[in-house]
Design a protein around this ligand. Sequence first.
Ligand code: C2O
Ligand code: CU
Ligand code: CU
Length: 486
Amino acid sequence: MTTTHSLSVPAIGRRSFALWGGAAALSSIAQRPTLAGPAVPDATRLHVRPARVPLAGAGHPETLMWTYDGTVPGPVRRVRQGVPFQALVENGLAEDTTVHWHGMRLPNAMDGVPGLTQPPIRPGGQFTYAFTPQDAGTFWYHPHANGLEQIGRGLAGVLIVDEAEPPPFDRELVWPLSDWQLTEDAQIAPGFGNRMSAMMAGRIGNVVTIDGRVPDRVAVRAGERVRLRLANMSVARTMALRFEGHRPVVVAYDGQPCDPHEPADGRILLGAAMRADIVIDMQGDPGRRYRVTDDFYGDRMNYTLTELEYDPGAPIRKHPSDAPVRLPRNPLPEPDLATAERHEMALQGGGMSGMGMRSGGMMGGGMMGAMGRGGALWAMNGASMTGDSPDGMPPMLTLTRGRTTRLVFRNETAWWHPMHLHGHSFKVLARNGAPVPHQVWGDTVLVAPREVVDVAFVADNPGDWMLHCHVMDHQTAGLMTVLRVA
Ligand code: C2O
Ligand code: CU
Ligand code: CU
């Protein structure tokens, strides 16, 4: 029996990699260069179905998972900015599903939220999603039905929207990152919806994969400039990645370009659902190896994700490239702060929050009704929407279409929350009142315990949009609401 208590799972280290992965072959998760082609619609099919997948690698049983097209993660979909995209989704599961195109600014009816934007896709049923990507960048897709379990069993994939004219890099790597809770026989551990996890950090696993395998090494060449697309598709795990001996430059978060900058402390912080595009000049020594580590949870929970292994050959260039790395801006409307509507979103509940224990607080008298609904453990502004969709609850706010909304997340809890808004990208303005540099935009913002984070966006996309924590256990247990743009 694997425990699901989030803070007592064994740390992942090279030792447990040996346990799970063994001698993974020298792996380079390389992607082909940008497709250049005629402007015909990008059409694809996605078959949602169970499959056995070699997640833990050679020497271990295959893992029975829920997949898109039989692979974990689902296939990387590459589409073009401004070119219509269509996906026919067929549900081969024994339960309802949908596909949500996380981070895309698309028409509400294509957003994939069952009971809000579409009926669920029943077992054996199908649904066609069609939209035209407005923004180039790194996005992802996943179900919005029983999301904790469906993502936790494998349903997630990267969606890349290529720039019309991509800036030059020597190579592009895509790292779909996922965290799994595996049993000793390499199967997905049961216990989704464990109350203890839900009150705390969520379902944190014991195996982290890159592109569906436990990676030993990633091959690189001295001198090359790599664009690395990172996507944290975990149900709950936050990651803080460091590249030993290297100076990664962040050029985009959540698909939206920012001012190129080295992250504070050299640490790339990615809450669940967040993406970062980084540029790394491979200035290490030929033949050497450099560790990529994740030290977010500290101490016993630190682990080495993989190693960059340099080819012994001579550097492909003498000096680092001095070509600019800035990505072209997407057509996002700039928020007008002078006329913004300001709304505060208090994040409440969870374990050890003080509030949760106080009589008359979240778990006490006044909140009991809301907290009881669907087993809620969390709330926003005192209200809890549980599960995967609003299920009849009215929107918390109605935003005036075309106006700027300033959302202030006030985290009153003792836990981290990657807060995600559908249908829009927001600008991250301030943390605890201090301006955020580098023009950072996102669809998901990681809010630290007790932190206050201001974001703003033009509410230009009509419809009902989910706003929720992307720690799936938190979402399911009440950290979710709906904003209406009308
Ligand atoms: Cu990644 Cu509500 O979604
Ligand atoms: Cu989303
Ligand atoms: Cu949360």
